[in-house]
Design a protein around this ligand. Sequence first.
Ligand code: ATR
Length: 282
Amino acid sequence: MTLENYAVIGHPISQSKSPLIHNRHFETVGRKAIYTSYDVLPGHLGAVLEAFQTLGLRGFNVTVPHKVDIIPFLDVVDEEALEIGAVNTVVNREGKWHGYNTDGKGYLNGLKAMTGSCLEQMRVLVIGAGGAARAVTTVLAKHGVKQLAITNRTPARAVDLKANLGRYINIDVLDQSSARRALSSFDLVINTTSLGMNGEDALPMEIENLKTNVYLSDLIYNPLETRWLQIGKSEAKAVQNGLAMFIEQAALAYEIWTEKRADRAFMARMIREEMEQNETDE
Ligand code: ATR
């Protein structure tokens, strides 16, 4: 049996945990496959896809800054990926590239594990309106929640998201001070901004006046606990970092590539241990 090849493309790429999670998972499930990372500069996607075709890659992940720009290079793009406007998973089916977005569904699966079935009844505030917010708001709008509000430093980007998702839900766009004043009305607050990444102290929003039993979700997983989650967890019913989404998007990508079920429990255990070990080492 030949060795299957998978990859991730992005720039920068050295920080990506995808090679680790996929290679260790391939090993555990006994799949003869290898997953490599490639640093690809903008403007080279066409050449990279041609090379991948020549080399017989079975599939690959796409990360920043290529998730949007990859779309015109693909033969078929899944409907939800088009709605989100970004592709993070590509599979080679008989020489044709099929693109998917597993970030959105990955986020929703991870979130449901925290909130259970009451998500539909929740009033949700999303902080941020970039690429990550787009995946999150699209799946929440399609899933259905009681209220969906977005606040962003640059309100025009939140207005764009509202327009794109108008057929699913009416989104409330709040400026930052209105969002702060209304904070006590939300059951779930999600940080999709980069504030708090790599131990930076800035908060995406002050933790004050939170609703009792609020859920807090931060898409960041490095550090495992941002200062925002650290402050919020004493008041919240539960908090969740970005690891759940990372694990789920990887599991869903594996399932698209192989049509086999991923071992999520292994992925979760392995990556948690790895991240905790890294934090202890630092
Ligand atoms: P990603 O794909 O990770 O979402 P992005 O598209 O660059 O990255 O979006 C980053 C998000 O973090 C945006 O909502 C951005 O706000 P703007 O739209 O106003 O740029 C938000 N963000 C980044 N740095 C920020 C800062 N210093 N203060 C407030 N918001 C910030």
